[in-house]
Design a protein. Structure first.
Length: 339
């Protein structure tokens, strides 16, 4: 059966954040026939500069909350798909104050699903590998789409909850929905609260990088552009009701990533501080992307992590005016937590 879908007029929620804005820029560049309405609340993590310069005729920004059902009733009609990125996305914030996570990630997804039902649009749900919990260090197993949900943090449990709502709405109400669970993204425009931008901008500011716990925790890194291409493939060619895992075989321990940053930035290998570990810190994430590769023919284009990391560092070096406004408050918040 040919399930090719050609979206002409999509809503991208969270399109002013790190990954959502990459998707918006990628679609604008590669699919000029597709109109994009960005729905974004512009929280501390949303920045309209991330989508500045795109053609007005193709990309429109609506500033608003996904939890606002009346707003959704007004803007969803006339669109043929919603790609849902909007979320509270930072684990450390979720430990300090889980409430906005429950509100946006669970309630916001519920409201979107109700609008999707009402107006019968295609829906793609962007989620995380963290819903599967963590793996032991050194074991060969990787996450697979049918694995049980075992989320550990307030953030990942709200994302897991949202995934389960999507699965239920697809099965019960027949929504045309797909889900993707992706591993850790890196690249330009990522908020300075996250691991790689934090360390890079610390070095640029003359502050020592901060490593949690033993530094042995493993993350599976993927360039955000490869994530965007995968989401487009799933939206346009994926099978309704299915879950796809997105990953680029990029497993690395945090200390290895930090050492690479230090070396790329000309710093001694021991020029960092060990700081208090994150409570409940997941040990290892690893994605088996076979289903995405075999069913949809997707392959990562950014295969050389060191090269992608060097380009990312260069972007932060040359875009200080983008990250500087958030830096001081972010570090003050970490310092108050002993991190
Ligand atoms: P981000 O924090 O950089 O951006 C989130 C965006 O959502 C911001 O623009 C923010 O203003 C917007 N937003 C937040 N609450 C909103 C609300 N109530 N209504 C409308 N807009 C709202 O996040 P990110 O890192 O770009 O992550 C995007 C999505 O990808 C999230 O769903 C996240 O769970 C998922 N994801 C992230 C990663 C990663 O490595 N960062 C990996 C896998 C999946
Ligand atoms: O200063 C730090 N030092 C440190 O050692 C920070 C900020 C983090 N870390 C560690 C914690 C993690 O093991 O680095 C690793 C990566 O941390 P984050 O960038 O906070 O990412 P993580 O918690 O792995 O979650 C990310 O990937 C999955 C995204 O933030 C989520 O939105 C996504 O779902």
């Amino acid at each position: 059966m040919d399930n090719t879908f050609e979206p002409k007029n999509i809503i991208v929620t969270g399109g002013c954040g790190f990954i959502g804005s990459n998707f918006v820029r990628w679609v604008a560049e590669n699919h000029p026939e597709t109109h994009i309405t960005v729905l974004d609340k512009l929280t501390y993590a949303g920045n309209p500069k991330n989508i500045a310069g795109l053609p007005d005729a193709q990309v429109e920004l609506v500033v608003g909350d996904i939890c606002d059902g009346e707003l959704l009733d007004r803007i969803v009609p006339g669109h043929d798909a919603i790609v849902h990125y909007a979320a509270e996305s930072h684990n450390d914030n979720s430990i300090l104050d889980p409430e906005p996570f429950v509100q946006t990630n669970v309630m916001g997804t519920y409201r979107l699903l109700q609008a999707v039902r009402k107006f019968d649009v295609r829906y793609h749900h962007v989620s995380t590998d963290e819903v599967y919990g963590d793996l032991a260090l050194g074991e060969p197993r990787r996450f697979e789409p049918g694995d049980p949900y075992r989320s550990s943090s307030p953030y990942s449990s709200t994302k897991a909850s949202s995934d389960l709502l999507v699965r239920a709405w697809e099965r019960t109400y027949g929504l045309r929905a797909t889900i993707s669970n992706c591993s850790n993204n890196y690249g330009p425009y990522q908020h300075v609260e996250k691991f790689i931008p934090r360390q890079v901008t610390n070095i640029l500011c003359g502050i020592r990088p901060k490593l949690y716990g033993t530094g042995e925790n493993v993350r599976d890194w993927i360039h955000t552009e490869d994530h965007s291409r995968a989401v487009w493939d799933i939206l346009t060619k994926g099978t309704i009701g299915e879950t796809y895992l997105i990953g680029a075989n990029g497993e690395r321990s945090n200390i290895d990533v930090l050492r690479e940053i230090l070396s790329l930035m000309g710093q001694p290998q021991d020029a960092f501080d060990w700081v208090r570990d994150r409570p409940g810190h997941d040990r290892r994430y690893a994605i088996d992307p076979t289903k995405l590769e075999e069913e949809l023919g997707w392959r990562p284009l950014h295969k050389d992590f060191s090269e992608g990391l060097a380009q990312t560092i260069e972007w932060y070096r040359t875009h200080e005016s983008w990250w500087r406004p958030a830096k001081e408050a972010t570090e003050a918040k970490y310092a108050a937590q002993g991190q």
